[in-house]
Design a protein. Structure first.
Length: 363
């Protein structure tokens, strides 16, 4: 049986984010932007697996953000994507990202258990309670404005999923949002509950995450804030008898010289940005989500162009490694990584940054 690398919280976790989406995490018109073909994702998955990277995390999208490139208009569906990657790799953990309102919990419980069987225990589930109102409208769904309702629904949804993973008997369910008759889950996940990830910004969302998730996913915009935020989240989880790791997400521009790296960064935040898509993305985030601090909008807009608001890891291998070490020292349990072109750029990161992280003792 393979060990799920995300069940062990030792060391600083590294994963990739959004390789299933067109342009990845970079809202750009650059001709060198990421092409999210299955061929590229398979190549990346095998490369990451061989390098000892811990996990791959997708974004679930059904409509794009417009602009010249229709950023994230092309997206590989996450359960299918994750299952195929699990069948094609040996050690890496692969998450599916599931929106609770758009997916029946009985179906999801079986999908994730099947993923876990195919991956020999390496599946993970990223739960999304909902934030993107136009996407809900596209699916014919209503996104409640009240976070209590969103997360109340998500809690009952996840309670059903967990019962299907653990109950050996058929059961009925009579709840506020679901009424189920004579349901059961078979097969079960390989080795107990798969790792659960949840991104939450509101107080209600963070209560849900610390109640249910193994890892909470949050931006690292201001590391001084992050120190306090992580401390509060861990204390909240501890008060519930739980150990929750806090992950963030980062965007990597790693080059031989700082000048090369910063030149590309400046262009991604300048003439190469798809600013209409950036505006749409930022406006949606601030209208319907609470993941990003609303008082840092101007700073965040440039970061969204470069890497969807991720922590900037820009410079030489030494500078990028130092940035990751700083995230570790801030209290984060790990970070995702994104690149302008994952397959083209990850080998340089692998060969020049990973050894520095090993030397520092965090990998």
């Amino acid at each position: 049986m393979s060990q799920n690398m995300m069940k062990n919280k030792n060391g600083f976790k590294l994963g990739t984010f959004s390789s299933n989406c067109s342009s990845g995490m970079t809202v750009t018109k650059s001709p060198d932007r990421w092409v999210n073909s299955w061929e590229n994702n398979l190549k990346l998955g095998k490369m990451l697996d061989d390098a000892g990277i811990d996990f791959m995390l997708p974004i679930a999208r059904w409509i794009g953000y417009g602009g010249e490139t229709d950023f994230h208009g092309g997206v590989l569906e996450t359960v299918t994507w994750a299952t195929a990657l699990l069948a094609s790799t040996k050690n890496i953990s692969v998450f599916a990202t599931i929106h609770t309102a758009a997916n029946n919990p009985v179906v999801v419980a079986k999908q994730v258990a099947t993923m876990d069987q195919i991956g020999n225990g390496r599946a993970g589930l990223n739960i999304v309670a909902g934030w993107n109102k136009p996407e809900y409208e596209a699916l014919g769904l209503t996104l409640p404005d009240d976070h209590e309702i969103r997360y109340g629904y998500a809690q009952e949804w996840f309670d059903i999923v967990q019962k299907l993973w653990t109950s050996e008997e058929y059961f009925d369910w009579e709840g506020k949002y679901f009424n189920l008759k004579h349901v059961a889950g078979d097969p079960k996940p390989v080795n107990g509950r798969p790792p659960i990830l949840n991104a939450a910004g509101s107080e209600t969302g963070r209560a849900f995450a610390t109640d249910n998730a193994d890892y909470l996913f949050t931006p690292a915009i201001d590391l001084t804030r992050s120190v306090e935020e992580i401390k509060e989240l861990k204390e909240l989880a501890k008060s519930k008898g739980r150990d929750v790791g806090v992950l963030t997400f980062s965007h990597v521009i790693c080059r031989e010289t700082e000048e090369e790296a910063t030149a590309l960064r400046d262009r991604l935040m300048g003439d190469l940005a798809d600013w209409d898509a950036v505006d749409n993305l930022v406006n949606l985030q601030f209208a319907h989500a609470q993941s990003f601090p609303h008082d840092l909008l101007a700073q965040i807009k440039n970061l969204f162009a470069m890497g969807h608001g991720g922590f900037p890891l820009v410079g030489t291998p030494r500078q990028v490694a130092d940035g990751i070490i700083t995230l570790h020292e801030t209290g984060f349990s790990g970070t995702t990584l994104s690149f302008l072109d994952y397959v083209e750029e990850f080998p340089y990161f692998r060969d020049n940054v990973l050894p520095l992280l090993a030397e520092a003792g965090i990998r």
